[in-house]
Design a protein around this ligand. Sequence first.
Ligand code: HEC
Ligand code: HEC
Length: 312
Amino acid sequence: MRFAQGKAVFSREFTAETGLGPFFNNASCALCHEDPVVGGAGAFGEDDVDTERHATAGEQPTCDELEATGGPVFRQQTTGPALPAIPALAEVRVGIRSTPGLFGFGLIEAIPDSDILANQGRAGGRAAKLPNGTLGRFGRKATDSDLLTFIRGAFDKEQGVVVPSELSPADLARTVDFVRFLAPPPVLGVDRYGEEMFQAAGCATCHVPTFKTRSSIEALDRKIVYIYSDLLLHDMGAALADLCKGVATRAEFRTEPLIGLRNRTRFLHDGRALSIESAIVQHGGQGAAAATAFLNLSQTDRLALLQYLRRL
Ligand code: HEC
Ligand code: HEC
């Protein structure tokens, strides 16, 4: 019941009269998280806004999120007043973000911190320790540790809808439960050879295939989640680097979970890669060795790996 109620709030198209704006990116969560069903990834090339523009200045440890001038999420639509512009300064960096799918995110939230910390240092990864002591795991820069915080921010940043004046805490909680109980995509059988190639190329070092959850909610407790991420930040090299955010440097990104990869059509944080192969070979920095290992596989083994990835 809460899932269905939350889905309705997730799909509610706000208007200026019901709290939209004044600055916003889109009128509902579901207008961005839409493919192939509500809660999924963003579409590309339609007329509504499914990508965001982020901008911050400087670099860690003194990253400036430009809050005073409307950042770090610079909205693209307004109900009237002039939109804050991204400051045209040399130290300001801009990054585009494509809309990820949210399937299985309640299970991701239920991965114990200790299991994330246990993988620190593998391929240079580090946990996103936030100033409030929690571990960031949501957002491509691992800015938030739980769905409630992220989603409260999403209402504000994406729709200009503020809790509690424009949305009740009860409706916020329902939306969180919708996302929390979005089922993970079904596992499509075992592909041992593809999995071997995934291991052989070093992908699993960062894209850790599974974790076991712990939760006070029975449906989310002691489940195996096929996430394919260590939820750690990795330096991905100069070509992918864009802006600092949260505790991440310009070059650091959270290992993108490959759960639900089969539903995606564009890849990497800004959707720059039009194919999975392209996303792999663009891994730089701590991911460069895996990109080389992928290219060095025989054609048969490369195809086996790609086939495996297309079933995630
Ligand atoms: C304008 C399109 C847009 C709208 C509207 C939108 N989102 Fe998102 N969502 C995004 C983008 C882009 C990201 C990736 C942000 C990042 O990586 O920093 C994202 C990320 C997320 C994440 C974290 C995903 C991850 O990989 O960790 C959650 C959860 C989420 N959105 C939920 C919501 C909810 C709930 C709403 C409605 C209140 C909403 N979003 C509205 C575009 C949108
Ligand atoms: C050093 C850690 C690391 C290793 C090793 C690694 N990746 Fe990644 N991978 C990442 C990070 C971080 C991202 C997100 C980068 C971005 O969005 O710019 C990513 C993104 C991806 C994406 C894009 C997902 C999407 O939806 O945007 C794919 C596909 C992918 N990796 C596959 C692989 C494969 C296959 C291998 C092995 C050949 C591999 N990765 C090795 C860290 C790693």
